[in-house]
Structure formats: C-alpha cells, structure tokens
Design a protein around this ligand. Sequence first.
Ligand SMILES: [Zn+2]
Length: 236
Amino acid sequence: MHSPDPMLIEDLVAANRILVDHGVMQAYGHVSARDLKNPERYWLARAMPPVLVTADDLLEFDLDSRPVRPAAPKLYAERAIHGEIFRARPDVVCVVHSHCESLIPFCNTDVKLRPMVGNAGFIGHGAPVFDIRDIDDSGDMNVCTAEQGRGLARSLGAHPLCLMRGHGVVVVGASIREAVRRAVISDANARLQLQALRLGPVKYLTEVEIAYAAKRSGHDTDRGWDLWKKQVLEKI
Ligand SMILES: [Zn+2]
C-alpha cells in the first residue's frame, strides 16, 4: 500500500465534476485513473453521484477490481469495466464510463458515430459497439463480471471509445485530461451528427482529415482542461 500521486487524486476529483458539468454524466457513471507508480492498480470513487466526489471518496483497486483496503464502503457494481480495460490496454491511464444520452441512438442502430469536426477526429471511421448479448443473454445490461468486462475490452480493441448497446459508452485516454476531453467531445459530436442527419447526407471527416487529427492528437489539450478544472474546483 502506498500514497497516490496528489495530482492524480486532484485530477480525478476534477474529472468527476467536469463530466457532470458538461452533461456527460448525471447521477450515474464513473471515471477511473491508473496509478502510474503502480500500474496494476487504479483509483475510482466509492459508489456515489460523481458530482459529489472528493479526494476522501477515492479508493484503490487491483485489476480484478477488488478494493485494496478490504473494509471499503459500497462500491460501483460495474468496476469490471475499469479493471478489464486497464488489463487489456497498457496504454490506457483513464477510463470514463457514462450513460450519455446523446450517444444512445448510435448504440442501438446501425448508424455509426462518425467525426463531424476536426477535434472529433479520434472517433475515426466509426465507433465500435459492444452488445452484451454476445457475452451474456441473461437480460442484465450492466457490465459487472470479469467476463463481461473482458468482452467490452475486446470490442473496444485499440479504439479510444466503445459504444454499449442499450447502455452507454466507455471512453479511454492516455491521461485523465485526454479521456475527459474525448468524452465531452463525443457527446457534442453525437448531438451535431443527429442534427446533420435530419438535414440530409452528411459530409464526415475524410480519411486524410482523420489521419491529420491523429497526428495532432494531444496537441493543445491543456487549454480546455485548465479552464474546466478551475471552474469545478472553485465550486468545492
Ligand atoms: Zn453503466
């Protein structure tokens, strides 16, 4: 057991609140961060509304999503999402799971979520969709077991996000700020795409534009984060 990086804790608290501020999460949804000093561990809040999360609510988990300190309070049921994605994707430092409503139409139809604007280029040629029925047809839509979490991680593959049929989305990043930014942009992109689809055939980003966005990935991500973090931490 060791003390986490204070900046990881501060940023994870901010991430919870930023995602609510931007309408990506409401009462449900969660965001986790890998412990870079101990990559087999990650940090996640106890089960609670994300907008109320403080540093004291963050708990340490192993990649089997068991709390390191056994006397933990009530925990999120869908922790396997985080543990199994961290296990499958060593490049991932942050996992956002939300039930973001704007994305649900793209979870439940054959219409692919595709990038409308340059900063959504990470969506690539269409976000993959995880259908829990491929793993478990019991009727429960939640991802609570390791097997379900592994299935979701397989659907995510090397992508930055994966839609979940009848449920929501996971968005990942190489840092907390990258995953949060992608989650906010995915929501905005979904709303823009739904509007555009009503008007007629949509001109999405081209192959060249998606490749250009990938090259510029990580460029100037701090400006939005710095503002968003300041805005939410001032409210605590
Ligand atoms: Zn969920």
